[in-house]
Structures are given as C-alpha cells and as structure tokens.
Write a protein that binds this ligand. Structure first.
Ligand code: FES
Length: 176
C-alpha cells in the first residue's frame, strides 16, 4: 500500500445520515467534521465535497474550520496511531529523540510525512496528555507507555507490530 492509495472509500449514505442527524447550516460544521473524522480517522476529500453539495456550508467555511482546529486532519492515517506527547515535561525528557527513533523504525524520512509508506503506523505529535510525572510518554492505539526512551519506544513498537502482523519498513526494524 502506498500513501497515494490510503484514501478512504467514502460511503455517501453515511455522510447523508450525519448531515440529517446533525444539521446543514454553519452551526453544524464542527459536529459534521467530528463525525466524519471519528469514522474515517481523517477528513477525506470526497466526504468534504459531499458536505458542500448537500448543506448550506461552503468549501471555504468547511476547510477554514478543518484547518483551524488541531483536532482535524486532512491526510489519511495509518492502521495504527502512535501519539508522542510533546508537552513541556515530555519535551524536556526527550520527546524529540523518541519521535526520531520511531520514525526511523517506520522508515518515515520525509519531514512532511507522518505515516509509514505501507500504511501501518502514523506518528502524531500531541500536546500534554496529563501524566507529566511519567514523561516521556507515547500512546499506541490508546495504550500509554510511560518513561519510554528511544530504544524502549522502538522495542514497544516492534512488539506491537509483531502482535498485529504489521511489517515495519525502517532500518532499525531489521533488528526487531
Ligand atoms: S507533558 Fe507529556 S504528559 Fe504532560
């Protein structure tokens, strides 16, 4: 799988259901975007087009809100999500090194990209997740890993990949 074909297949009926349930004026923009992202993990272009066609919300309103709030993303996500906390405590404890080590194991070298080319994992930087005394912290698919340094983070990632039959594309993955 390549990044190009990671785009979700959008079901127009689902989008219509969300619009019917939530509303179609400008006050519905945020909840509609939240419904789309909850289902697809991001905001697929096709779903955004359907909202513009079937509501009174225009494209600039819709994309204005989608790009304003950090909670929304316009790029596809991998099958698994890794969140690396970059709050102050985690930053001081080496969140950047953690991030570099994970990206290396996943073979993500382009700074513009956050998802492995095989669609396995997305690495996302997030603000403080509320357990600063355990810094640095990362979360894989909702499970938090406290006090993880670079090598620990890779070990946890390799273990997670083995358990989920995922192949890691990075150099360090050869040692997993
Ligand atoms: S700064 Fe990372 S959990 Fe608070």
């Amino acid at each position: 799988m390549t990044l190009q074909n990671m785009e979700a297949i959008v079901d127009p009926n689902l989008v219509h259901q969300w619009i019917t349930a939530i509303g179609s004026d400008s006050s519905a923009v945020v909840p509609i975007l939240q419904a789309i992202q909850r289902h697809y993990g991001y905001l697929p272009r096709k779903a955004m087009d359907l909202v513009v066609v079937h509501t009174g919300i225009n494209a600039s309103q819709l994309y204005g809100v989608a790009t304003f709030y950090a909670q929304f993303r316009l790029k596809p996500v991998g099958r698994h999500m890794i969140k690396v906390c970059h709050g102050t405590a985690c930053h001081v404890q080496g969140a950047d090194r953690l991030n570099t080590s994970l990206r290396h194991a996943l073979g993500i070298s382009n700074p513009e990209h956050d998802t492995a080319s095989n669609g396995s994992y997305t690495v996302e930087n997030v603000a403080c997740i509320g357990c600063c005394s355990l810094a640095p912290v990362m979360v894989i698919d909702g499970q938090a890993f406290p006090n993880v340094k670079g090598a620990d983070a890779q070990r946890q990632l390799f273990k997670h990949a083995r358990e989920n039959n995922e192949i890691l594309a990075g150099q360090d993955a050869e040692n997993q």
